[in-house]
Design a protein around this ligand. Structure first.
Ligand code: IPD
Ligand code: CA
Ligand code: CA
Length: 268
């Protein structure tokens, strides 16, 4: 495993890298045109901005760790059989970006022999870095992160998202949503899974759940939550969220309550 002091160096270097890539992404907010948008899959959009951001990140990380592999959303690189692997979503919340909604992020995680040891989620429009090192802690800038200390579900703000594939698990999704609308203080669909997880870690919201996600949406944000004292599992209450793409992250009390609703609704 990479030592804490080396991970600390990566954390600083990647925070600076994200700040640079964020300048590029912000410079394109008003320039990106309707005909720059490509539809990758049902409701899944991409533009040259995602691709150029990914190119900048991969180039810099190749210099930082020439021995590492990559799993990246826009397929710049795909080398999975290395001891160190960078997991990259260069622009999480592409639909928001393309619509001019100022809520999107860059997500970068380092996985070592299957364990996430470093996670960075960078909120592009606000220049905020949410970072975590496994076993050491999680921070927003320099402020250590902690989940919001409440265990009353009536006071919870829940964040979720819905699969791009229209109608996937729709009845189960609506059942869980109904529970949250009836029992919780509020519910949000913010549109960037990585940032949703970071907001839970930072105590800005209380719990996040979603399914049909990819490893690059989740790897960095999940580490932020566990390092901020929270619980992260998949819908089966196991640790396989990076493989199967379903996730619930929050405090132990809220996780317990919402996973039972999710499992009942999804007949797990
Ligand atoms: C998407 C966002 C969104 C989530 C989608 C993801 P993208 O990532 O994280 O919040 O609901 O499932 O695919 O496409 O904007 O990188
Ligand atoms: Ca994404
Ligand atoms: Ca993306």
């Amino acid at each position: 495993m990479t030592s804490t002091s080396v991970l600390e160096g990566y954390r600083k270097a990647i925070t600076a890298l994200c700040a640079k890539v964020a300048v590029f992404i912000r410079s394109q907010v008003d320039l990106v045109q309707q005909n720059d948008i490509e539809v990758k899959d049902e409701n899944s959009l991409v533009s040259f901005v995602d691709k150029e951001a990914e190119r900048l990140i991969v180039e810099a990380l190749t210099q930082l760790t020439p021995e590492a592999g990559f799993i990246t959303e826009e397929d710049t690189e795909d080398q999975r059989n290395k001891a160190l692997t960078w997991i990259i979503d260069p622009l999480d919340g592409t639909t928001n970006f393309l619509m001019g909604i100022p809520h999107f992020s860059i997500s970068i995680a380092l996985i070592e022999d299957g364990v996430t040891t470093l996670g960075i989620v960078y909120e592009v429009m606000l220049d905020i870095a949410y970072t975590a090192i496994k076993g050491v802690g999680a921070w927003e800038g320099k402020r250590p992160l902690q989940l919001r200390p409440t265990d009353n579900i009536n006071e919870a703000i829940i964040v979720t998202g819905f699969p791009y594939r229209r109608g996937l698990n729709i009845d189960a999704s609506l059942e869980v949503l109904k529970f949250c609308v009836v029992h919780c203080r509020g519910i949000r669909r913010l549109g960037s899974a990585a940032l949703d997880l970071a907001y839970v870690a930072a105590g800005k919201v209380d719990l996040y759940y979603e399914n049909a996600l990819n490893i690059w949406d989740l790897a960095a944000g999940a580490l932020l939550i566990t390092e901020a004292g929270g619980i992260v599992t998949d819908y089966h209450n196991s640790q396989n969220y990076l493989k199967n793409g379903s996730i619930i992250g929050g405090s132990a009390a809220f996780h317990k309550e919402i996973i039972s609703v999710i499992q009942k609704a999804h007949q797990i």
